[in-house]
Design a protein around this ligand. Structure first.
Ligand code: HEC
Length: 178
């Protein structure tokens, strides 16, 4: 008997084991199931300054006060002065000669970001628990606390994106630099 014959059997046996392992590992890598449209909608919440991604709805600061007092004031204080450095959301001045204070009002270049951020991340203890209507209302209230709109200014996707924020020109566009 040639010496090559047993070698051939061994090689064949190894291939079978390898194939078995491959099949097993593919079985073991569970790649999950496709996400449903309904589940996706819960994450598809990006509203941008060009006006895209906003749901139907509107609200005023006068309506937003109730939402703010019950859902936000515990962490951001009665008029947005905050309870810690990170929770100050009103006032401040980026042009200050002393320490400039960054807040939503003094720093953020787009009002639409308030809606976008609050809808996805606030209240911090129960994100995504507000209705779209409540998010519009409380967005109006945050703008009102910053002296940017009046109590009865109606905030919706169009009026929100038409607001010129105090620090809108305070940024340098370097997006063209790689
Ligand atoms: C349980 C505490 C808590 C509650 C309630 C809460 N927030 Fe906040 N919020 C925070 C914290 C903490 C931050 C800072 C997060 C960070 O820096 O990452 C924050 C950040 C923010 C910011 C961004 C501030 C900035 O300059 O980056 C906004 C706007 C905001 N909250 C709005 C709201 C609104 C509106 C509500 C009510 C619907 C609310 N928050 C409820 C804790 C809270």
């Amino acid at each position: 008997m040639s010496i090559f014959k047993p070698l051939g059997y061994i090689t064949f046996a190894i291939s079978i084991v390898q194939f078995g392992l491959l099949a097993y590992s593919q079985e073991a890598v569970r790649l999950g199931t496709p996400i449903s449209e309904g589940q996706l909608a819960e994450f598809d919440l990006i509203a941008t300054p060009d006006g895209s991604g906003f749901p139907e709805g509107s609200g005023t600061a006068r309506e937003g006060k109730a939402v703010y007092d019950t859902r936000c004031a515990a962490c951001h204080a009665a008029t947005g002065e905050g309870i810690s450095g990170r929770t100050v959301i009103a006032g401040g001045d980026m042009q200050s000669e002393e320490t400039p204070l960054r807040t939503v009002g003094s720093y953020w270049p787009y009002a639409s970001t308030i809606f976008d951020f609050v809808r996805r991340a606030m209240p911090a203890d129960a994100p995504k628990s507000l209705s779209n209507e409540e998010v519009y209302q409380v967005t109006a209230y945050v703008l009102y606390l910053n002296g940017i709109i009046q109590e009865d200014t109606l905030i919706n996707a169009d009026s929100l994106n038409a607001i010129k924020m105090p620090n809108a020109d305070g940024f340098i566009d370097r997006s063209h630099i790689q």
